[in-house]
Design a binder for this molecule. Structure first.
Ligand code: B12
Ligand code: SF4
Length: 499
């Protein structure tokens, strides 16, 4: 039986869908992926014919919350036009809200789903009932039945590698569904497909209240991190650089790559230098970034590290975000990144209704102390259903709390938010001046002008400089990734049709 997996991500870099696809192919099933990077309603006129031609026995769609309105549209479209083909929803949003998804999906697979999808296919092929399959949520009349979850996969090495350019894939491009070719793949993959994305572990040592990990750790009753062996990770990377020698960069998406043990990193680094030898990017919590680890990783090509400050108010971090990291610890970690020539990319959350003006000023005070140069990644606080913070806001009915799913990057253009944005590129004295004179029209006008200049001209230059530094001043290498990066950054800010 054939399965059609649908991805709604704006890029082809959908780990969940790729893992499922590789698993089904490895287990001897036929599977295809349909990427819909620019969802729009024109698909209505061509999707049913595509389904007829491919003739899947199961259609699965994986999505996040902001993609849910379009997933609902697709679900209804499939129900109306091809009611005989079951529509399965999976991924983080259906895991958090199976009830909502069952309004347009025949079934929902909650949580990690490799073995669940396999079991569904087996049951469909044998004409058996699906109702007892672990992880599945189904509607029985008006009642929703949620089956218990199967244990999380502990031996991640048993899973096949997710393909960079998956075989049997199609893309919705300019009102047509086309077989994916290299040109289309590059168009719809960040950095023109020249960065290889990989995950070496599942899970996070933290459980921040705004993050879906707070939901997942409650759902599974554990915060254990499951890791692949360094050998298995290197084997995946080796096969990818052999197949795509023009890969420039490796982007490691683990929630906290530095949570691996020192021994794990040592084994990884030894083979990485020998076989892969390309700059790589990681994410970490400040608590896990130690001198020893960053030194080991820098030697192997660590170019930059993404880390969260989120707020410079320790009260907010502790009481609202449940992040038990002091500002001192965060600053120490930024100092280590600087010391070892690793570029820093630091996350800050804005527009938090629990924050007062003084809290945002505290954030500015911490930012003033980070060794320059560094880059900020600013997010508007989004309350995802299922997270601890969402529940907290609902309970307390906090004023100004916008519970809709917003574009992450469109934070409010307030005076202090703008000051946060430009703070890496102005002097500490200027930050002091703007904080002190924040109510005065002259300061407000000057800040608006400087903000415009910095965002338009200086930020791209600073980004280029940080990349050059992270790539150990290798100008040619930096130039090769600059254009794809600019395209990617602009693309991430493009508004999307989602319903
Ligand atoms: C890597 C990652 C990305 C990658 C790739 C995303 C992807 N879908 O693969 C990139 C960088 C593209 C990304 C982008 C964003 N991300 Co992101 N991302 C993650 C991260 C850290 C890991 C996800 C992952 O790959 N895990 C490993 C794979 C194997 O697990 P999985 O995806 O969960 O898939 C399994 C199951 O969910 C299920 N499943 C998945 N798909 C399907 C489909 C079917 C049919 C079935 C049955 C099952 C199924 O089976 C899979 C295998 O076991 C998660 C946090 C987390 N820990 O989950 C956030 C997370 C998914 N991201 C999130 C967000 C908000 C975003 C952004 C919107 C934020 C932003 N920066 O703008 C963007 C959106 C896209 C854009 N505009 O580009 C949120 C989503 C919250 C929500 N409720 O929607 C998360 C949960 C983080 C958080 N804040 O809590 N992200
Ligand atoms: S450290 Fe990052 S990935 Fe981990 S729970 Fe916090 S926000 Fe989520």
């Amino acid at each position: 039986m054939k399965t059609l997996l649908i991805s709604l991500l704006p890029t082809t870099e959908n780990f969940g869908i790729k893992y499922l696809h590789s698993y089904l192919l490895q287990q001897g099933h036929q599977s295809a992926i349909l990427f819909i990077p620019r969802p729009d309603h024109m698909i209505k006129s061509i999707l049913p014919a595509f389904i007829d031609a491919y003739a899947p026995g199961l259609i699965g769609c994986g999505f996040m919350s902001y993609e849910a309105p379009f997933a609902a549209y697709l679900g209804r479209l499939i129900k109306e036009s091809r009611p005989e083909t079951p529509f399965l929803a999976g991924g983080i949003h259906p895991t958090v809200d199976p009830e909502e998804c069952l309004e347009y999906a025949d079934m929902v697979s909650m949580g990690e789903s490799e073995d669940t999808v396999l079991e569904i296919i087996d049951h469909l092929e044998q004409g058996r009932s699906l109702h007892e399959i672990p992880n599945l949520a189904v509607k029985q009349g008006a009642v929703i039945q949620k089956n218990p979850l199967r244990p999380l996969i502990t031996d991640l090495d048993r899973l096949p590698f997710p393909a960079h350019f998956p075989p049997h894939s199609y893309v919705y491009h300019r009102k047509s569904i086309l077989p994916m070719d290299m040109k289309l793949f590059r168009k719809y993959t960040r950095y023109d497909g020249k960065a290889y994305n990989i995950i070496s572990s599942r899970g996070c040592p933290f459980s921040c209240s705004y993050c879906c990990n707070s939901f997942l750790s409650r759902l599974y009753g554990t915060r254990t991190i499951r890791t692949r062996s360094p050998h298995n990770v290197i084997a995946e990377l080796r096969s990818s650089v052999e197949a795509f020698p023009d890969l420039i960069l490796v982007n490691i998406h683990d929630d906290c790559f530095l949570s691996h043990s020192k021994e794990w990193h040592q084994a990884f680094v030894k083979d990485y230098k020998r076989w892969i030898d390309r700059p790589f990017i990681v994410r970490s919590t400040p608590l896990h970034l130690t001198e020893e680890k960053i030194r080991i990783l820098k030697e192997a090509g660590l170019a930059w590290v993404t880390m969260g400050l989120q707020s410079g108010s320790e009260r907010i971090n502790r009481e609202i975000y449940c992040r038990h990291v002091s500002n001192r610890k965060f600053l120490e970690a930024t100092g280590l990144a600087r010391k070892y020539g690793v570029s820093g990319y630091y996350d800050v959350i804005l527009d938090n209704p629990f924050e007062e003006e003084g809290d945002v000023i505290n954030t500015l005070r911490v930012l003033q102390k980070i060794p320059k140069p560094f880059q900020l990644q600013l997010f508007t606080l989004t309350f995802y259903k299922g997270t601890d913070l969402y529940d907290m806001v609902k309970e307390k009915t906090v004023q100004d709390a916008d519970l809709t799913i917003k574009n992450y990057f469109t934070y409010r253009p307030t005076f202090l938010n703008k000051l946060v944005r430009i703070s890496p590129l102005i002097t500490s004295k200027m930050v002091d001046y703007f904080i002190e004179h924040r109510k005065e029209p002259r300061a407000r006008f000057t800040l608006a002008a400087i903000h415009f200049f910095i965002v338009t001209f200086l930020e791209p230059l600073s980004y280029f400089y940080l990349m050059l530094k992270g790539f150990n001043s290798r100008l040619l290498l930096t130039m090769r990734i600059v254009i794809p990066t600019l395209k990617t950054k602009l693309g991430e800010r493009r508004p999307r049709v989602t319903s």
